[in-house]
Write a protein that binds this ligand. Structure first.
Ligand code: DSN
Length: 415
């Protein structure tokens, strides 16, 4: 902890012991348990320092050089730094908008800009691994736009690009969305681009989950294929919570005005400062090494589970994520999630393709390696974790695993 952070925390403890106590408990929870939630990570102290800075006080509605308030000179430089680094990370995209508060607001903003009210969108269904903001009926994206959804082949768990092409040809969407929240494989962005082109649609690649793997160059990129990318900055990108949009010059104005004033007011400048720091970190060679380790750990984890006779959706992974299909076992996703929690491991229940159970119960779990890899865990630790989780799935008592998980955590402190 830096001196300054320590001083701030001790001031918080004096002024508001109730809140400071809650933060202490969260630090202890994160230190003594293991995060295998695929959408979480641990950002650096430098990112946390930027997010806790005085920029939280600054209103900066508008864009650098064109704000609605005075005193934005520093805010302008911070935002420009974040934008420049984002464009450097995803070289080939012309423009970055770093203001979206989240991935969902980024998606709603882009779809509003490119499809318009009552426009037609085609995205992956949540049930098969997509995301709420890709047109699910409970999301605004499912209410404001006309929606069709595609899914995966229920035998293989894989996307069937020929089927998506046929669907797009008959539906003629304005925007095709390529992206998922629980699909463990690389996407074929070239195929998606050719489908979008054939029907005259824009291609939106939502890379919220694999953004860090793509920026680190360890899996193929949608740059050069998609008109626009959306992502969150806190998953594999390992930055602060938030959203990011990158687009081509052709649609830059539409996207920017859809973010502000269309969908948001003042940007969260402290979060944008944190994004700038994280993008700087992502430009270093260490980030590539980290991302390769994230994928290596996930592959090993999937292989170990499969050696224990467990089924993984698509038979493995290319990314940071493994989705385990529990239908051959007596366990449900909800049950394994709760018992892993008792052992000190956070992961989430997850639908598997063609899941007979409800989203509150599910027949699967989703495991991600990004956060534990940030703590420095490698093959040995992931091999032990696969054994622990397989034992729990097979009915082992989670309480007997708690000490082992604790011991692993103690050896790998948080950043
Ligand atoms: N909550 C994120 C996930 O878990 O994939 C997506 O919003």
């Amino acid at each position: 902890m830096t001196d300054r952070t320590e001083a701030l925390q001790s001031r918080l403890a004096q002024q508001d012991p109730a809140l400071a106590g809650l933060l202490d408990r969260e630090v202890e929870r994160q230190e003594t348990s293991l995060t295998l939630i695929a959408s979480e990570n641990h950002c650096s102290q430098a990112v946390r320092a930027a997010c806790a800075s005085v920029l939280t006080d600054k209103y900066a509605e508008g864009y650098p050089g064109a704000r609605y308030y005075g005193g934005c000179a520093v805010a302008d430089e911070v935002e420009n730094l974040a934008k420049e680094r984002a464009v450097q990370l995803f070289q080939g995209m012309d423009h970055a908008n770093v203001q979206p508060h989240s991935g969902t607001t980024a998606n709603l903003t882009v779809l509003t800009a490119l499809a318009g009210k009552d426009g037609k969108i085609l995205g992956m269904s949540l049930q098969d691994g997509g995301h709420l903001s890709h047109g699910h009926k409970v999301s605004h994206t499912g209410k404001v736009f006309e929606v069709q959804q595609y899914g995966v082949n229920h035998d293989t768990g894989l996307l069937d690009y020929d089927a998506i092409r046929e669907q797009a040809k008959s539906y003629k969407p304005d925007v095709v969305i390529a992206g998922a929240s629980s699909y463990p494989r690389e996407l074929d962005y070239e195929a998606f681009a050719s489908i979008a082109k054939e029907v005259g649609a824009y291609l939106l690649a939502d890379i919220a989950h694999p953004a860090g793997l793509i920026a680190g160059g360890v899996i193929p990129s949608p740059v050069g294929h998609a008109d626009v990318l959306t992502m969150t900055t806190h998953k594999t990108m390992r930055g602060p919570r938030g959203g990011l949009i990158l687009c081509t010059e052709e649609i830059r104005k539409k996207i920017d005005s859809s973010v502000f004033p269309g969908g948001q007011g003042g940007p969260l400048m402290h979060q944008i400062a944190g994004k700038a720091v994280a993008f700087g970190e992502a430009l270093t060679p260490e980030f590539k090494t980290y991302q390769q380790q994230v994928v290596d750990n996930a592959r090993l984890f999937a292989e170990m589970l499969s050696d224990r006779g467990m089924r993984t959706v698509t038979g493995g992974t290319d990314t940071h994520m493994v989705v385990v299909d529990l239908r051959d076992t007596d366990a449900t996703g909800a049950d394994v999630e709760e018992r892993c929690f008792d052992a000190g491991i956070s992961l989430n229940k997850n639908m598997v393709p063609n899941d007979p159970r409800s989203p509150k119960v599910t027949s699967g779990i989703r495991v991600g390696t990004a956060a534990a890899t940030t703590r420095g865990m490698g093959k040995d630790e992931f091999a032990r974790l696969a054994t622990i989780i397989a034992d729990i799935v097979e009915g082992g008592d989670p309480k007997t695993k708690r000490n082992e998980v604790h011991e692993i955590c103690s050896a790998f402190p948080l950043p």
